[in-house]
Design a protein around this ligand. Structure first.
Ligand SMILES: [Zn+2]
Length: 76
């Protein structure tokens, strides 16, 4: 029996978790990264899984997370 296999399966990362991380990063910093590289790539330290977010993905993350109360007057 190899315990390494168990360790790999213990990783609980997911695209949802990475999405939360980008939310914590903030919209401004996320957009800075997009400007720099064109894409945000997050690599899990534990299982080495790669998650990629382009400008559309990032826009969706912040569109979903920011719901201002009683703000019906949005300018664009
Ligand atoms: Zn992982």
């Amino acid at each position: 029996m190899l315990s390494e296999t168990a360790l790999k399966f213990a990783c609980s990362c997911s695209r949802k978790r990475v999405t939360d991380t980008i939310q914590l990063l903030g919209k401004a910093d996320a957009n800075d990264l997009l400007d720099e590289k064109g894409i945000i790539e997050v690599i899990c330290d534990f299982c080495n899984e790669h998650y990629q977010f382009d400008d559309v993905d990032v826009a969706q993350i912040f569109a979903l997370s920011i719901v201002p109360n009683g703000s019906s007057n949005t300018t664009h």
